[in-house]
Design a protein around this ligand. Structure first.
Ligand code: PFF
Length: 470
């Protein structure tokens, strides 16, 4: 083995471009795409949200993903030390970035628990019961069951990280991701054919839902409303492509030098966005057909309420499809939560020189405790807090808000200032092009990182914190 090869091998390295794309996609595609995107799109009126989200993907998403992956590959370090390596005085971004997965993990596992519960419901042939109105609410407001499922879900995640067997998982996800995609497409097509007549005699179709999802409706749009949607779309984008939380810096550090970053980044974004878009196509027409446009404001439970209805309407086959669906969503979720937990564990290992197992145990105890509190937020600890964006939230929504609407914009904003103004965009451009690769949107990148992204993030942040009310 040549000396150079030996060095990269020590750090652990992806096997070329495809390995990198698949691993990053495994982290990126998860509950964010299948559970979070459709409910935010529905809450924000469908088409308008979709349009804003897509514009953000090719501008903001592209800028931030490129920046983080390039920082990782250039410094060859994990986020905790990478930012310090970029500039001595800016190491703090790494610490802030590591806080994000710490907040996300417990609530991600609570939703993972919901997915496992639904999986068990379909395994035991009770899928039709789950299609009844009120099933989901009565489940999450029960005292112990959600906690048990959350702990089972988290237990699986923690074991994988504890024994360091993520590589095996990645191999698995290479097969499962394409199957998931095919299933989502099939269910999406089916949901377009739905027709439902409710108690009042009104008949609605999946195609009407499609129109709500695809056609932006700007009637009644105010500046305030626009910024609310923008804020949700931005938070969702960060969450979905796993940026502003150190993950992509860590992944970048494993990418071989001769990999064409821009090409890989485009593919990761296209894959992630396609899954989210199709998940919306699967959920929104169903919601509109069964509950009308009013049902769109249901919030985090949307997927769990609407999909069982689709499966029930398919008869016996629907029960099998429901089972396979929740099984694959479980895998997609696990590959993501493993990467969330891995981010925290490896940070502790780097910072305090703890062993992998010791770090994993510390993170596990913390996550289990906070996870239980999240579950209790729907029953014994129930309260309603009005968030600065106008929605009411329980523990889960509050954690989600702090990480996605406050901390991630802060991390992203600081990263922009560091790259755009302190070390200058050439730092990233050099790494990306390596003297031979084409950086097609270079001009756009420079304008985005220096001006547009930081200014917009600043405005959004003021709004998220409730300092400025538009
Ligand atoms: N991007 C993942 C999803 O969309 O489900 C979630 C996620 C992965 C969040 C990794 C945070 C993270 F560090």
């Amino acid at each position: 083995m040549s000396e150079k090869k030996e060095k990269t091998a020590k750090r652990g390295s992806f096997t070329g471009q495809l390995g990198f794309i698949m691993a990053a996609a495994g982290s990126a595609v998860g509950l964010g795409n299948i559970w979070r995107f459709p409910y935010l799109a529905a809450k924000n009126g469908g088409g308008t949200f979709l349009l804003i989200y897509l514009i953000l993907v090719v501008t903001f998403g592209f800028t931030l993903l490129t920046t983080e992956i390039a920082i990782g590959r250039k410094t060859k370090q994990s986020p905790l030390t990478a930012y310090k390596n970029v500039h001595e005085k800016w190491g703090g971004i790494g610490i802030l970035a590591c806080l994000v997965p710490t907040i996300i993990l417990p609530y991600y596992c609570s939703i993972g628990g919901w997915v496992l519960k639904y999986l068990s419901v379909f395994v035991t042939g009770q899928g039709t019961a789950a299609a009844e109105d009120g099933y989901f609410t009565s489940y999450i407001t029960s005292n112990t069951e959600p906690i048990v499922w959350m702990l089972i879900y988290f237990g699986i995640t923690a074991l994988i990280v504890f024994f360091g067997v993520e590589k095996g998982i990645e191999k698995f996800s290479k097969v499962l991701m394409p199957i998931l995609l095919v299933m989502i497409v099939a269910i999406a097509i089916y949901s377009l054919t739905l027709k439902h007549t409710d108690a009042s005699g009104e008949t609605r179709t999946g195609l009407q839902g499609l129109a709500v999802y695809l056609i932006p409706d700007f009637t009644g749009m105010t500046v305030k409303k626009f910024f609310m949607i923008l804020m949700d779309a931005m938070g969702q984008l960060f969450f979905s492509i796993s940026v502003a939380m150190g993950i992509m810096v860590a992944y970048g550090s494993y990418v071989p030098k001769d990999t064409n970053l821009i090409k890989s980044i485009n593919r990761i974004e296209i894959f992630d966005t396609a899954v989210a878009f199709l998940a919306g196509l699967m959920v929104i027409p169903t919601v509109v057909a069964f509950t009308g446009v009013d049902g769109m404001s249901q919030g985090p439970g949307l997927m769990f309420v609407s999909l069982p209805k689709v499966f029930a309407s398919m008869g016996t086959v629907g029960q099998i499809i429901g089972f396979v669906f929740f099984l694959i969503v479980s895998f997609a979720a696990i590959t993501s939560s493993v990467s969330v937990m891995e981010a925290i564990v490896s940070s502790l290992m780097d910072k305090f020189r703890f062993s992998r197992r010791r770090s994993a145990v510390i993170v596990a105890v913390y996550t289990a405790i906070v996870g239980v509190i999240v579950c209790m937020g729907y029953n014994r600890l129930y309260f309603e807090l009005t968030l600065p964006n106008g929605s009411t939230g329980q523990v889960l929504d509050i954690l989600d808000y702090i990480s996605n609407n406050v901390l991630m914009p802060v991390v992203a904003l600081l990263t922009c200032l560091l790259i755009g103004w302190v070390v200058k965009p050439d730092y990233i451009i050099e790494e990306v092009t390596q003297g031979k690769y084409k950086f097609g949107r270079k001009g756009l990148y420079v304008v985005m990182i220096k001006f547009i992204v930081p200014i917009l993030l600043f405005v959004l942040l003021l709004q998220s914190l409730g300092i400025v009310k538009l």
